[in-house]
Design a binder for this molecule. Sequence first.
Ligand SMILES: C[S@@+](CC[C@H](N)C(=O)[O-])C[C@H]1O[C@@H](n2cnc3c(N)ncnc32)[C@H](O)[C@@H]1O
Length: 282
Amino acid sequence: MLTDSPGTLLAEGRRRLSEAPFEPSTREAALLLGRVLELSEAQVMARSAEPVPAELAVRYRALLERRLTGEPIAYILGEREFYGRPFRVDSRVLIPRPETEHLIEAALELSLPERPAILEIGAGSGCLAVTLALEIARSTVVATDMVPGALAVAAANVHAHSVEHRVRLVAADLAGALELTAFDLVISNPPYIDPSESAQLSIEVTDFEPAQALFAPDQGTAILERLTSELSGLRPGTPILLEIGYDQEDRITQLADKANLTLQEVRKDLAGHPRVALLFSR
Ligand SMILES: C[S@@+](CC[C@H](N)C(=O)[O-])C[C@H]1O[C@@H](n2cnc3c(N)ncnc32)[C@H](O)[C@@H]1O
């Protein structure tokens, strides 16, 4: 029997990934093989002719099979980078998206008190809460989620980034019983996808990511509506940063009016879609 090498295993993986209907990157073959061999992508390439022990080839093929079912590579590897830092992820949380980094950029441009108290609603992996704690040196962050599994993943990330002393995780429906007047900034990437659009999404999203992190009734705006209504209880002048869907600029304008919030601007993401709403309480 021929012994497998990284070169033959990569060629096999790339071929099979290129045939998958959901268009994974063929580069993922090297990431999966690197995980099994405990090597970086570059090291895998550099050792392409060395023999690979049979049991490791079996493990690699098992990971490849998982990927070919549509399971996102971030869940298989258990990690995704956000704002330059690694975050643990599994099927209990949304995989952090690059466009969500715009929320962090917008937060860093605000003029905040020296020790700002930040509230995040819908923590998921904790990528926003942890990043804010690390980027804003003297901030404290309270982050809520109503899904216990998501809070467990967020807690692992809070611990991995050593910010336990500045990030508190709270099980709550939106802001729950928290005293809103205590906060200097509220940030949220709530579920905002219209459930009727699920047929257009990749199976990587619909079959694997948690529905409660993605979808909201009323064309995706039900949670945004509840959230904006609750946030009218902030101290006047408190900034609010919300991620919104590509087609929700008009809706967030209406919701801001209804909740007596001032919508200052809606920023676009790199694809040119409206994505980050900056509002202020009145
Ligand atoms: C789009 S994900 C965002 C996760 C993470 N903040 C990020 O940006 O990657 C939305 C999160 O909100 C949580 N969520 C949904 N409805 C909620 C509610 N009513 N109260 C609190 N959290 C909620 C979900 O469990 C999910 O973790």
